[in-house]
Design a protein. Structure first.
Length: 71
């Protein structure tokens, strides 16, 4: 039994757990030097339609609040 536990102890790897506050800070990416992100036409139209949808919904909310305020 002692030989088996010794063999298991020799085969086990040891992992050291380091808390993030105690770890060495990592190098961050400099986002100022990246430039604009390339977009495909479908992504561009999706973002434009999303922007138009949000503007329309905000306008409808303001319209609803205005109609309730008039009553």
């Amino acid at each position: 039994m002692a030989a088996m536990t010794q063999a298991l102890n020799e085969e086990m790897e040891r992992y050291v757990v380091v808390h993030p506050l105690d770890d060495v800070p990592e190098q961050k990416i400099d986002t100022e030097s990246l430039g604009p992100m390339p977009m495909t036409a479908s992504v561009r139209w999706s973002l434009i339609s999303l922007r138009a949808y949000l503007v329309l919904m905000i306008a409808l909310v303001f319209y609803r609040v205005a109609t309730l305020a008039i009553r």
